[in-house]
Design a binder for this molecule. Structure first.
Ligand SMILES: CC(C)(COP(=O)(O)OP(=O)(O)OC[C@H]1O[C@@H](n2cnc3c(N)ncnc32)[C@H](O)[C@@H]1OP(=O)(O)O)[C@@H](O)C(=O)NCCC(=O)NCCS
Length: 171
């Protein structure tokens, strides 16, 4: 499956052949600092292999490569929740540090959210953003997400309790 974002950027499914480039781009402390611990640092070829194998088996959650001019530059995914939260999707995304600040993720989120609302039975998309990550809050706000509130010291990252900012967008 592919989602065209603009004439340079598209979203596509993960492939086995992404392993080497994923391991190389994702092995960056500046990215890992703002991600869940399931995005480790260091990020090894084995981590990349495990991630891609998981994506290839995934049937419920949409998980895509962000590709620019035919090259992998990052990833975006939605985790569809269960039980009373089953109409919610949690958003996760990252791009390689060389591409930060060029408007890529702002555009990608717009297309990805439209895809989620059109193709999945969900009513709300949300993200828990570390309070230390204003760029992520900004890309969400630019896409109509509202900051609902702060979960005080709800996360534990790199040995510190951190505040999480809950951003959401309703269908
Ligand atoms: C956060 C991240 C996804 C943003 O992607 P990006 O493609 O660089 O984002 P964009 O260029 O589309 O937009 C960034 C916006 O944040 C703003 N910004 C950047 N640094 C900022 C800062 N320190 N304070 C406030 N705003 C900031 C930019 O000015 C821009 O807003 P503008 O268009 O109004 O000028 C990217 O930096 C990344 O991959 N970070 C590491 C992983 C991560 O944080 N993932 C999200 C976890 S919730």
């Amino acid at each position: 499956m592919e989602i065209i974002v603009n004439n340079e950027i598209k979203l596509r499914d993960w492939r086995k052949s992404d392993q080497k480039r994923l391991a190389s781009l994702a092995n960056n402390q500046h990215i890992a600092n703002f991600m869940m611990d399931s995005f480790p640092h260091p990020y090894t070829k084995k981590d990349a292999e495990e991630w891609i194998n998981m994506c290839l088996k995934e049937t419920k959650n949409p998980l895509f490569v962000i590709e620019r001019k035919g090259e992998l530059i990052g990833g975006i995914g939605g985790h569809i929740k269960d039980d009373i939260h089953r109409y919610n999707a949690e958003l996760g995304y990252w791009i390689a540090e060389n591409y930060w600040g060029k408007g890529v993720v702002s555009q990608v989120i717009e297309k990805f959210c439209s895809h989620l609302f059109s193709n999945y039975k969900i009513n709300r998309i949300y993200a828990d953003v570390f309070s230390t990550n204003p760029a992520s809050g900004r890309v969400l706000e630019k896409n109509g997400f509202i900051k609902e509130g702060t979960l005080k010291k709800a996360g534990y990252k790199n040995g510190l309790f951190i505040d999480l900012l809950v951003y959401s967008k309703l269908k």
